[in-house]
Design a protein around this ligand. Structure first.
Ligand code: SF4
Ligand code: SF4
Length: 98
């Protein structure tokens, strides 16, 4: 990653999930890496940053969009956006009998 950039944005070509890291807000606490169930995130040492490291998205295609990282980050430094479901002919909900 380029630490001079404020945001790092990664989008999975296949799963369409977009994860954005705020490199300024991320304090390198590793909480997101620990909660991610699929090891899609990892810490990267960045010597020029006061916090010593920032999180990077190491495997975007592994991401399942569970949002745990975003919800657990104490600094609102990670944002997950899942692709919108394609609008099609939605199946009508089964109507109550009667
Ligand atoms: S939980 Fe937030 S502050 Fe901590 S490493 Fe992850 S993105 Fe950075
Ligand atoms: S949304 Fe879930 S699977 Fe994706 S990086 Fe965050 S914690 Fe990991």
């Amino acid at each position: 990653m380029d630490p001079s950039e404020r945001f790092t944005e990664v989008t999975g070509p296949k799963n369409g999930i977009k994860v954005t890291i705020d490199n300024e807000y991320c304090k390198g606490c590793t909480v997101c890496v620990e909660v991610c169930p699929v090891d899609a995130l990892q810490m990267e040492p960045v010597g020029t940053r006061w916090q010593g490291s920032v999180v990077i998205v190491s495997d975007i295609e592994a991401c399942i969009g569970c949002m745990l990282c975003e919800l657990q980050c104490p600094d609102f430094a990670i944002d997950v956006v899942k692709p919108e479901k394609k609008k099609g002919k939605a199946k009508p909900k089964a109507e109550a009998a009667g």
